[in-house]
Design a protein around this ligand. Structure first.
Ligand code: GAR
Length: 194
């Protein structure tokens, strides 16, 4: 059984999908034992508490340059094997990613290599997809290395763009049809193979 820690920043619907998948037996080769948020106001923290999962804040604003060292210590102190970035809106340095090489996965709301990298996060990704006029988008789960959204791809799922889509409508469809499905499946795959 792998010891899983999930890093979050906001609403935590992907965290919820992981909790549900754990309860439904889709995730069976690991257990979520810790949730850490860089943002003390993240709704995701309440989701963790409700599911009886230890929830901590590692406040990036307050910690400044000590943020990553503090986060590494929290993850090590909790014996983390696998780290999931589930709507975690901080870019991690090479020091951090190499410390946990091949043990960090991220969900990104587009088909990488489209609409990814620095500056592409959350709703902005969907705004960019609609602005470009692509007819198909989706989500990607990938390993995290020092290149933002540049690590090896684990799973992808495509989602159709429809006439009249707004960034908000598209974000919801991509979450429902892709992210909430491939994130739990990818996590189980990584836990069972490593
Ligand atoms: C999700 O769409 C996730 O893919 C995206 O932010 C949203 C977080 O929602 N992540 C990124 O853009 C990372 N580059 P959530 O907090 O409800 O899971």
């Amino acid at each position: 059984m792998k010891n899983i820690s999930v890093l979050v920043s906001g609403g935590g619907t992907n965290l919820q999908a992981l909790i549900d998948a754990q309860n439904n037996g889709i995730i069976k080769s690991g257990k979520i034992n810790l949730v850490v948020s860089n943002n003390p106001d993240a709704f995701a923290l309440g989701r963790a508490e409700k599911a009886d999962i230890k929830a901590l804040v590692c406040n990036k604003k307050e910690l400044g340059t000590d943020f990553e060292d503090t986060l590494i210590k929290i993850l090590e102190d909790n014996n983390t094997d696998i780290i999931v970035l589930a709507g975690f809106m901080c870019i991690l340095s090479e020091k951090f990613t190499s410390h946990f090489a091949n043990r960090i996965i991220n969900v990104h709301p587009s088909l990488i290599p489209s609409f990814c990298g620095k500056g592409f996060y959350g709703l902005r990704v969907h705004e960019a997809a609609l602005e470009y006029g692509v007819k198909v988008t989706g989500a990607t789960v990938h390993f995290v290395n020092e290149i933002p959204d540049g690590g090896k791809i684990i799973m992808q799922k495509s989602v159709e763009i429809k006439d009249g889509d707004t960034p908000e409508i598209l974000q919801k469809r991509v979450m429902e049809e892709a992210e909430w499905k491939i994130l739990p499946l990818s996590l189980e795959k990584v836990c069972s193979e490593n």
